[in-house]
Design a protein. Sequence first.
Length: 259
Amino acid sequence: MNIFRKTNPVPGSDNLLCEADGLARLEQALDAAGIGALKVPARLQVTAECLTLNRIDNRTPEPAQLQLLGQSLAQLHLTSAQALAEPRWGLERDNWIGRSPQRNGWAEDWGQFFVERRLQYQIDRIADAALRRRFSARLAAAHNGLVAFLNAGAPTPALVHGDLWNGNVLFERDRVWLIDPAIYFGDPEVDLAMTEMFGGFGSAFWAAYTRERPLSPDYPLKRSIYNLYHYLNHLNLFGSAYLPGCEAGFAAIDEAVHR
């Protein structure tokens, strides 16, 4: 068997243990829903410092594979809340999104969860004190209106991949694989927003997804707000090249709360 070994990108942390847990939970949800075309790699060995997976022979996707991804992701989003005893948002444990810690815990209020444990948490990690204060002030000014906007459009919580850009999806001829998750229970449109941040999966994916689960009317605005989390994370990881994306996210927040 071909294998792939991954070393801990944050030595001494539980990063890889959280990744393995996320893969296992996605696998359980896919199995429970009978979704056979969407897979996660087998965890062959899991330690704090090394994660060994089966290697996937990735290839350029054809429309049929993108359709499989869209249909299967929609089915996952529609069915995965069945794992919850009651509707709620988040996860019982913190985890990671790439090399960044991701704050979770359970919440009864989606808007409050996203504003405080996604946006504010990343803002608090900004090294530039002046920028941190400016973004904090903008979020505080919009807080109540943004929470209300997100709650008004929030469906039943779904298990989301959490970091669903095209580098975290691999394609074989008749199967599609998800890797590197940052799972939690959230609005499924956070996954869709992230797919569009770095190029996306094209029309075949969208047609298949929306046949199963139509988009909310406010998705175009929610997309920019949800991706603000990822732009803030990339700003913290990689620097000021991601500042324009952050500003675009705040502009979307202003539009949402003042319309």
